[in-house]
Ligand binder design. Structure first.
Ligand SMILES: Nc1ncnc2c1ncn2[C@@H]1O[C@H](COP(=O)(O)OP(=O)(O)O)[C@@H](O)[C@H]1O
Ligand SMILES: [Mg+2]
Length: 292
């Protein structure tokens, strides 16, 4: 590293990578470049299995996926066990949402496999994923119907059920869990606060009683107090209801504090994988993604 040293009167004046105590704000390009170096030797498949410590509920194996002819994910692997949570972090455009899209069936998959309990579900449609494979996807962008009531929005979560009465029963079951939402059942979803809308999106995804929840950026656009509320709800779903959660979160600190397992994705490749708590302590992760 010595060749990188810039000195003036014997003092290191360079404000940059790894040298001296100077506080630095890394540019986006610089984060990308340095993170790509990390990705060059990603974690082994054995390590991903060790982090789970049991048979995985969801496993992704050597996945190659993208949109049309554009390949975003290259040989991507993931493992998460039943009742565990995993958070994906990484720079914008790294392909984090694409991983969730691929699990749910929104991408073009040209190699590898997605498995639930060892069963290959790669080619199931999103509707089949929801109805048969027990996977629900909670959209990144707000997806409630503002002109419909809270209750009607909930019924929409049961659109794949055989009878409307089943959807109504399921909605009652979920509303009973969230009095905050139940109180507003007859109001238009458009008048809900940001946090309540997020709660509605999560609740609607619970209608089909999924085992695995895919959650894209739950904190995005929310005031801090609602961010905590949303993470508490997700925590409760994992720890009280035994749901498995795979999450993308641009607030890396929140995401890694929440999740049992953290993955760092860079340019469509896995750069690091560890316990969430370990990644939080990792200086490299701190410097690149935690703003310090
Ligand atoms: N629906 C889409 N169609 C085409 N390209 C997409 C689509 N969604 C994302 N991409 C592209 O795929 C790459 C990865 O994006 P994304 O998975 O959204 O990244 P992240 O969630 O990590 O910010 C980007 O180059 C992005 O422009
Ligand atoms: Mg995204």
């Amino acid at each position: 590293m010595d060749q990188n040293k810039i000195t003036q009167g014997g003092k290191d004046v360079r404000s940059g990578y790894g040298l001296g105590p100077v506080e630095t704000v890394l540019s986006v390009d610089e984060v990308e470049r340095q993170a790509a170096k990390l990705a060059a030797e990603g974690p082994s498949r054995e390590h991903l299995g060790d982090l789970v410590g049991k048979k995985p509920l969801l496993s992704i194996e050597r996945l190659r996926a993208g949109y049309g002819k554009m390949v975003v994910l290259h040989e991507f692997d993931l493992r998460v066990g039943a009742g565990q949570s995993l958070c994906l972090i990484g720079p914008n455009g790294a392909g984090k949402s694409t991983i969730l899209h691929s699990i749910y069936g929104f991408t073009t998959i040209t190699g590898g496999a997605v498995k639930m309990q060892g069963n290959d579900i790669t080619r199931l449609s999103p509707n089949e994923k929801l109805k048969r494979a027990g996977i629900a996807y909670i959209l990144q962008d707000t997806s409630v119907f503002p002109d419909m009531t809270v209750e009607e929005n909930m019924f929409m979560g049961g659109f794949l059920m055989d009878r409307p009465s089943q959807a109504r029963e399921a909605a009652e079951r979920v509303l009973a869990k969230y009095p905050r939402l139940a109180e507003r059942r007859n109001q238009k979803a458009g008048v809900l606060s940001g946090g309540e809308r997020r709660l509605l999106e999560i609740s609607r995804a619970l209608i089909m009683e999924p085992e695995l929840l895919l959650v894209d950026e739950p904190s995005i656009g929310l005031e801090p107090r609602y961010i905590d509320m949303v993470f508490e709800i997700l925590h409760d779903l994992q720890h009280s209801d035994g749901k498995t959660i795979v999450m993308v979160e641009q607030n890396a600190k929140k995401g890694l504090e929440f999740a049992d397992i953290g993955y760092v994705l860079v340019s469509g490749q896995l750069a690091m994988a560890d316990k969430g708590s370990e990644l939080l302590q990792n200086p490299e992760v701190g410097r690149l993604f935690l703003g310090g």
